[in-house]
Structures are given as structure tokens and as C-alpha cells.
Design a protein around this ligand. Structure first.
Ligand SMILES: Cc1cc2nc3c(=O)[nH]c(=O)nc-3n(C[C@H](O)[C@H](O)[C@H](O)COP(=O)(O)O)c2cc1C
Length: 353
């Protein structure tokens, strides 16, 4: 995720950028728990309508709020908040553009604390989550600005099988609140808080990408990337080899001279998918009948294992032929995105078995 500085309320050149604003203020009169809940309930309705998400910390008469959303929506909410007479001494701590949200699931997450034993906080009502013991350590790393160790720690937690949603809800968001607490208790300065929150945004983004790759790795799909029998052009087969390898698949390649040779390799290696490629340069119209026979022989040879037969080449890129023309499950229009598409087809195919 990238972070840009500048006014978040002035609009952005690109739709993918959202504004992120953090401010602190002081409550004019101390709100009761029901006051806070009413305030947040109303705010959530409006935030949802305007695509604004964020969190509000209330601690002993002080507010700290982070809001994120499209510049127009953010400007509307911000102009109301600034006019609100329930708080004063409003001070903007950070204002920047980011390419992803930290509080994507929260129209407005509330965390409140008042030093009165009769009052309870929402956080203390909840049983601690299994990831809770990581929170202090990661908060400390965020305050030290150690993004490399935060990333390594989150990656190892993702490798234990926690989903990106678990990590964001039960680790990154609680760490954000812990940073807010540290700042409210004067244990860190505004600058540390700001840097820490930015690091969490980056970490949240990295966790999402890491979880994607990890889930593919864990599934360990396998594919045989083959040229059609006798086809000397192998451009897309070579490009697919890089793509599938990067996506964590087990990849074998074949350049068979006959459909029987390809069938033997499929039978021996037990792949989930096979891709059979005609030339990317020349339209091999006359090779279609033979390709149809090759697809059929491959399917027979793959018997119980082979879930998806994919084909590619100039004929398919230009839609002169389709998967149905040769009895395949999938025809590539282009190389890009093939590993994602075939993973989907394998999952669907297995679900139907
Ligand atoms: C600390 C604090 C945080 C607030 N956060 C939000 C918010 O996130 N979204 C929102 O719509 N209103 C929020 N409000 C309420 C607004 O200030 C305002 O009262 C409400 O949006 C109605 O706005 P209007 O009077 O301009 O219609 C907050 C108020 C306070 C005191």
C-alpha cells in the first residue's frame, strides 16, 4: 500500500485513493456510555452512507478518531465533526491519501474507557481472542518503527493458518487501539502514533496479499503445461510456466510429438490440470481436429485426477475457436490470469465430484 501526503478533502485524481484523517479533541462534558453509543450509532449510519470507515477512541475526556473514505464523503463528515459542540480543542494529527483501508469492516469502531470501576468497556466484555497475546509485541514493534519485523511476524502468523480477516480483526485493529491507548496515556508522541498507524496500514495490505499466495501454496495444485503434439511454438507455455510457478503450483512441462506421448505423461504424473497450446503466432486452423482428439485422449489418460483441460493459442486468443470447439473446459484468450482462472475451475470441478 502506498501513502501520499496532502489534503485528503480536496479530491483525488484516482478513484482507488482514499483519504485518511486522524485528529484528537477534548470532550466538553464527559459523555455517559449511552451518550457515546448514541453518537456512534448515528455516526455509523452516516459513515456507511458516505463510504467512510474508521475508529473512535474515547478515554477519560479525550477523543482520538481516525476516518478513512472517499474525499467527498470524508469532507462532509469532517465538516460536521468540526462544528460539533460536544468537543473542543480539535487538532488534526495526520492527513494523507492511501490506496487501501485499515478499518474496512468498521463504519465506526468504538473503544471507550473511563476510570470509573462501575463503567465497563466493550473491549473488556469480550473474551480474549487467541491472537490477543501477539498484540503488545506488535504494538511495541510499531512504536519502534520496525516494519520488517512486523511483516515477518504477521507472515508467520498467516502461515499458522490464520486468515487475513482474522489477522486484521483480531490483531491489526487491536494493535491500532493499543497504539491509541499508548498515546492517550502519554507513553508515546503523536509522531510515533502516526508512523505506527501507517505501518499497520502497510502490514494489513501485505497480509492480504500474503494470505492469497499462501492459500494457493497450501492447495499445491499441479499442472502439466504442454505444447500441442508437434507444435514447435512454445511462447505461451513458457510464459505460463513462470506464472504458475510464481503462484505456487507444481509445474511440469511437455513438448510431445504425439497425443499418445502426452497421454502417457498425464497418466504417469497425475496432474489437476493440463494446458495444451497451439502457436501464439500462427492460426493453426488445420490443427483443430487433431487438438480435439488430443483433448479427448488427455481426459481419458487423466481419469480420476485430471479436473481441467485448458487450451490456448492464436485461434483462441482471436476467438476463432472456443473451448467447446475442441471439447476443452477452458480456452485462454490471454496468458494473464490463467492460474487464477484454472484454480477456480479446479475448485468447482472438485466440488461437483
Ligand atoms: C468525537 C466525535 C466523533 C464523531 N464522529 C462522527 C463520524 O464518524 N461520523 C458522523 O457522521 N458523525 C460523527 N460525529 C457526529 C457529528 O459531529 C454530527 O453531530 C453528526 O454527524 C450530525 O451532523 P450535522 O449536524 O452536520 O447533520 C462525531 C461527533 C463527535 C463529538
Amino acid at each position: 500500500m502506498q501513502v501520499q501526503t496532502g489534503s485528503v478533502l480536496a479530491g483525488s485524481a484516482s478513484d482507488k485513493w482514499i483519504g485518511c484523517l486522524t485528529y484528537q479533541s477534548r470532550a466538553v462534558t464527559r459523555p455517559s456510555e449511552s451518550d457515546l453509543e448514541r453518537l456512534v450509532a448515528e455516526a455509523r449510519d452516516r459513515n456507511r452512507r458516505l463510504g467512510v470507515t474508521g475508529m473512535l477512541l474515547y478515554d477519560n475526556g479525550r477523543y482520538l478518531q481516525t476516518l478513512e473514505g472517499p474525499p467527498d464523503g470524508l469532507a462532509e463528515v469532517w465538516s460536521s465533526i468540526r462544528r460539533d459542540e460536544r468537543h473542543c480543542d480539535i487538532e488534526v494529527l495526520t492527513e494523507h491519501m492511501v490506496s487501501g483501508r485499515l478499518f474496512s469492516d468498521w463504519d465506526l469502531l468504538l473503544y471507550s474507557r473511563e476510570d470509573d470501576p462501575r463503567r465497563t468497556t466493550r473491549a473488556s466484555d469480550l473474551a480474549p481472542h487467541a491472537l490477543a497475546h501477539y498484540v503488545p509485541g506488535i504494538a511495541q514493534l510499531a512504536l519502534e518503527g520496525d516494519d520488517a519485523r512486523i511483516s515477518a511476524r504477521l507472515a508467520s502468523i498467516a502461515d499458522q493458518g490464520w486468515t487475513a480477516d482474522d489477522i486484521i480483526a483480531h490483531l491489526i485493529e487491536p494493535v491500532a487501539r493499543a497504539l491509541g491507548d499508548a498515546w492517550l496515556a502519554d507513553k508515546c508522541c503523536e509522531f510515533d502514533l502516526t508512523i505506527g498507524l501507517s505501518m499497520l496500514q502497510l502490514a494489513g495490505h501485505a497480509v492480504r496479499s500474503h494470505a492469497c499466495t499462501t492459500s494457493l501454496r497450501r492447495s499445491r495444485y499441479s499442472i502439466l503445461l504442454a505444447t500441442a503434439p508437434g507444435e514447435p511454438h512454445m511462447l505461451s507455455t513458457a510464459m505460463l510456466a513462470d506464472q504458475f510457478t510464481d503462484a505456487g503450483w507444481r509445474v511440469e512441462m511437455a513438448f510431445p510429438t504425439s497425443k499418445e506421448a502426452l497421454a502417457n505423461q498425464i497418466a504417469a504424473q497425475g496432474h489437476d490440470a493440463v494446458d495444451i497450446a497451439l502457436s501464439d503466432a500462427l492460426p493453426r486452423q488445420r490443427a483443430l481436429a487433431q487438438l480435439r482428439e488430443t483433448v479427448e485422449a488427455s481426459r481419458k489418460a487423466g481419469a480420476g485426477n485430471l479436473v481441467v483441460v485448458s487450451v490456448g493459442g492464436r485461434l483462441f486468443a482471436e476467438a476463432t475457436a472456443s473451448a467447446a470447439t475442441v471439447g476443452a473446459d477452458h480456452a485462454r484468450r490471454c496468458v494473464s490470469g490463467t492460474s487464477v482462472r484454472l484454480a477456480q475451475l479446479i475448485r468447482q470441478g472438485r466440488a461437483l465430484k
